[in-house]
Design a protein around this ligand. Structure first.
Ligand SMILES: Nc1ncnc2c1ncn2[C@@H]1O[C@H](COP(=O)(O)OP(=O)(O)OP(=O)(O)O)[C@@H](O)[C@H]1O
Ligand SMILES: [Mg+2]
Ligand SMILES: [Zn+2]
Length: 303
């Protein structure tokens, strides 16, 4: 006999018709759920809640709960607590920062010494920069408020470049523009010596050097004193140009003092170096006068 294949759908329809004819049509089961009223455990307002019908009247068996208003109030309070603690930590951080600045201001010469400023310059400040023309002093003051790029101070020996440069970093420390750990004074000589000390001798391969993070290449504010004051060996040229290029690349503000004019830096170090220094257009030539020889230190510089 030939088998007739019946589809699932047809089979289901036939079964339903059969059940209907016998009065057995399946009705959807009603969930066995009712509602009952319990009291909010905090404000005692009534809460309607669904319960399995056989448990109606056994409210005491239900764990006490909160009404929607009390839940919302709790969430709001939680959010406020988080916000308050955030504000408190901001206030605490500001207070901590201010007390660090106060401690620095209480001993500015000590702070300057700790960032490497030589003893002779510990009393340098804008107030003691007498006789510096306003068209040098004022831009330097502005730069100290928001150090950015290079500040290049050049001129003859004894004209007061280092004094003003130190006044700039003194201002940054006192105003909290930069932290103590973010400032460094180093002379070109000191810089070259520190590199030699770090890798033994001048001929060591450059990748062999390992410099700590507060090194001149990465400190946030550097005063590089006396650029070009040393014999410019290939080593010295490479290192000095490398330092300036690294600081330029990383947008790290740098004050440079030098007896070399911008053109001379181009000739003695290299044109790439002076191109970077010149970009921020903050190059100032000091008046030709040697304050050391003039013996004006005593008379003009107020301690
Ligand atoms: N504005 C100033 N008024 C009076 N005296 C100053 C002033 N600036 C610096 N001096 C004094 O003059 C001397 C020379 O200053 P400074 O060392 O800053 O000169 P410099 O231009 O850096 O010289 P060099 O090129 O030799 O490094 C310092 O002893 C300092 O006390
Ligand atoms: Mg100097
Ligand atoms: Zn409630």
């Amino acid at each position: 006999m030939k088998k007739v294949k019946i589809s699932d759908e047809k089979l289901r329809r036939t079964q339903t018709q059969k059940q209907e004819s016998l009065g057995l049509t399946a009705k959807p089961r009603q969930p066995d759920i009712k509602t009952m009223v319990v009291l909010c455990k905090r404000c005692k307002s009534p809460i309607e809640m669904p319960v399995v019908s056989r448990l109606v009247g056994e409210e005491k068996n239900y764990a006490p709960r909160l009404c929607s208003e009390c839940i919302a109030a709790d969430k709001k309070r939680e959010r406020e607590d988080v916000e308050n603690s955030r504000c408190e930590s901001v206030v605490a951080a500001k207070r901590q920062r201010q007390s660090a600045i106060d401690a620095i201001c209480a001993d500015l010469p000590g702070a300057l010494a700790s960032v490497g400023v030589p003893a002779h310059y510990l009393s340098a400040s804008f107030e003691t920069c007498t006789g510096i023309p306003d068209d040098i002093l004022e831009p330097a003051r502005e730069w100290s408020k928001n150090p950015d790029g290079f500040l290049f101070l050049h001129g003859c020996p004894g004209s007061g470049k280092t004094w003003l440069a130190v006044a700039v970093i003194r201002f940054c420390l006192a105003a909290g523009t930069r932290r103590l750990s973010e400032i460094k004074f180093i002379s070109e000589r000191g810089f070259l010596d520190s590199i030699k000390a770090a890798f033994g001798n001048e001929s060591a391969p450059i990748p062999a050097r390992r410099l700590p993070p507060d090194e001149p290449t990465c400190i946030r504010l550097l005063l590089l004193d006396d650029l070009g004051a040393n014999r410019m060996t290939t080593f010295a040229l490479t290192e000095v140009a490398g330092l300036i290029a690294a600081r330029y690349d990383d947008d790290l503000p740098t004050i440079i003092t030098s007896n070399l004019s911008p053109d001379e830096v181009g000739a003695v170090v290299d044109v790439r170096t002076i191109s970077r220094i010149a970009e921020s257009d903050m190059m100032f030539e000091f008046p030709t006068r040697d304050l050391r020889i003039a013996g004006r230190t005593e008379g003009n510089v107020r301690e």
